[in-house]
Design a protein. Structure first.
Length: 333
């Protein structure tokens, strides 16, 4: 911790912010979504709304690695009209149904907690699929296929992903802080700690990264072990009891919860109510921040996770530690 000659703490620095521009081929919309939906449908396309914010490294990666991929770009331009929303912006938005918003009140009404968030609308303006956070190119391409084929009336995206699974093994990466208990209601009833359920798969590259790069960090583990943690195989047919007492299998519960990405983490409070979720690619600072958000019960007073992490990062820097929102290395405390 740097300290000045006068004994004052030198504030830490902020790293990892990345700026990006929307793809030039996105639609220049007046943000009147009934018109946008009708125009897209007339051309046999669908509307894709991309919520972003300035200096978001996950948004920058989406633009560079997903929309910047020639095959993905070609597919999106053929099947979708892309429209951007700045989650803190002040442009006027007219939703399907005619309600008036600004960009930021529209994002708040839709409970956008992560950027990028992408919402696909069908021909009636209803949500066909929502992606809360950054999906790497292969996962993003599957989502595009699902929506372009208009499969949402036939199956959930979670069911679509399960049908495409390549592995039937349940050999997951273990951690010493995972509880062996499969009766999750029992955990809730016997502990006042929040519960975190990890949904993972053995054929999951990002699961490996999470265990090696994020959970291998000592600061992260210190936060993680303050909650009860359980690991489930997203394709497992074993028996479990959910926090609300329902007997089922991990596979069936994952589909009921709409789990479509691995690893996904679902957070429950001490009463067994879901309060937060990680359902997309995430690096160390944001991973830690979700745990802290739940541990501190900050969601009660601050429903905006983005405002919470901005305040948390500022507090960390005021203590003399650096923050890096786009690294796997942790700040030191």
């Amino acid at each position: 911790m740097p300290v000045s000659p006068a004994g004052e703490i030198t504030p830490g620095k902020s790293f990892g912010a990345r700026q990006s521009e929307k793809p030039h081929w996105f639609k220049e919309s007046f943000l009147e979504f009934e018109e946008d939906v009708a125009e897209a449908a007339a051309s046999d396309r669908r509307v894709m709304i991309y919520f972003h914010q300035e200096f978001c490294p996950y948004c920058a990666r989406l633009v560079a690695e997903n929309f910047g991929n020639p095959e993905i770009e070609s597919f999106v331009r053929k099947h979708f009209d892309g429209i951007t929303i700045n989650m803190w912006g002040d442009r006027e938005v007219v939703s399907v149904g005619g309600r008036d918003f600004t960009e930021k009140t529209f994002a708040a009404a839709l409970k956008v907690q992560f950027t990028p968030t992408i919402i696909f609308l069908d021909e009636t303006g209803q949500v066909a699929l929502r992606l809360n956070g950054y999906y790497p190119p292969d996962d993003f391409r599957r989502a595009l296929d699902y929506v372009a084929q208009r499969l949402e009336k036939q199956m959930s995206f979670s069911q679509y992903r399960a049908a495409q699974k390549q592995s039937t093994s349940n050999q997951l990466i273990d951690e010493d802080f995972y509880l062996a208990e499969t009766n999750l209601k029992k955990i809730i009833d016997q502990s006042d700690k929040p519960l975190v359920v990890y949904f993972e798969a053995d054929d999951c590259t990002e699961c490996i990264t999470t265990h090696q790069r994020i959970l291998g960090d000592s600061v992260t583990r210190n936060i993680v072990t303050q909650l009860n943690n359980v690991q489930l195989g997203v394709y497992s047919t074993g028996k479990i009891t959910t926090p609300d007492g329902v007997q089922t299998t991990p596979s069936a519960w994952a589909q009921a919860l709409g789990i479509s990405y691995t690893p996904s983490l679902v957070f429950f409070d001490s009463e067994g109510n879901e309060v937060m979720r990680i359902g997309a690619f995430m690096k160390t600072f944001h991973f830690q921040s979700v745990y802290a958000y739940v541990l501190e019960k900050a969601y009660i007073e601050q429903p905006s996770f983005q405002r919470y992490i901005a305040t948390r990062a500022e507090n960390i820097r005021e203590q003399g530690f650096d923050t890096n929102i786009w690294g796997y290395e942790s700040f030191h405390q």
